[in-house]
Write a protein that binds this ligand. Structure first.
Ligand SMILES: *[C@@H]1O[C@H](CO)[C@@H](O)[C@H](O)[C@H]1NC(C)=O
Ligand SMILES: *[C@@H]1O[C@H](CO)[C@@H](O)[C@H](O)[C@H]1NC(C)=O
Ligand SMILES: *[C@@H]1O[C@H](CO)[C@@H](O)[C@H](O)[C@H]1NC(C)=O
Ligand SMILES: *[C@@H]1O[C@H](CO)[C@@H](O)[C@H](O)[C@H]1NC(C)=O
Length: 180
């Protein structure tokens, strides 16, 4: 039997979610791992560490990934769950995903925001780094890294079936364990 594990481990950027997460390390804080720490994690997971690029960034001429054709397909799939499920960063929740929502050439977003183009594409609440895990070892490396550096982490199932689960790793100092 051959099991292919499709999960994305996200190292979350959110620090503004209230006291519950105040004890987690976030980007810009002195505790945030250095570039070489991330590079070493990347080696451990065989190069599967991704610097998050919102999937709809292909719609923005100012973004390196700009590609009108791909944008067309992102636009037509934006309201479908399988599309968001398969993307490592997408959560399928417009309040999060619309920090970079697909736009038409005139700058209006698919959800009708005429200013989306001007507002540009940003990570919003997406994590800066994601492990595109394909093995239990990748997952374990991510969990250990999150523990070591006190990062809030989320596990998303990107395989077929569209089931999602998220796990917040506990910080001993916070005395809170939360598993969704
Ligand atoms: C991880 O390594 C792969 C393969 O060397 C590379 O393509 C990728 O950009 C690296 N990820 C990060 C976040 O630097
Ligand atoms: C997006 O939608 C098009 C049809 O408009 C379809 O052919 C394509 O497979 C979809 N792509 C993804 C990634 O869901
Ligand atoms: C922008 O283009 C879209 C798609 O062609 C259209 O539906 C929308 O009405 C346009 N918005 C404006 C403000 O012109
Ligand atoms: C994640 O890994 C899968 C399986 O190897 C691959 O098909 C997919 O392109 C990867 N996604 C990203 C964003 O690198």
């Amino acid at each position: 039997m051959h099991l292919v594990l499709g999960v994305a481990l996200a190292f979350l950027a959110r620090s503004g979610l209230g006291a519950k997460y105040a004890c987690k390390c976030a980007p810009g804080m002195p505790c945030w791992p250095s570039g070489s720490e991330w590079a070493s994690l990347n080696e451990t997971v065989s190069g599967r560490l991704i610097m998050t690029v919102p999937v709809a960034s292909v719609c923005y001429p100012s973004e390196p990934a700009y590609n009108p054709e791909t944008c067309q397909s992102v636009r037509s799939n934006w309201t479908t769950w399988p599309f968001h499920s398969a993307d490592p960063a997408s959560v399928g929740d417009p309040s999060v995903d619309n920090a970079c929502s697909p736009i038409y050439a005139n700058g209006t977003s698919v959800s009708g925001n005429p200013n989306a183009g001007k507002q540009g594409c940003s990570l919003g609440a997406y994590p800066p780094y994601i492990i595109n895990a394909t093995s239990a070892e990748d997952v374990q490396a991510g969990v250990l890294f999150a523990k070591k550096w006190n990062l809030r982490m989320n596990i998303k199932n990107t395989g077929h079936g569209g089931k999602r689960r998220s796990i917040s790793i506990a910080n001993p100092l916070c005395r809170s364990i939360k598993i969704n």
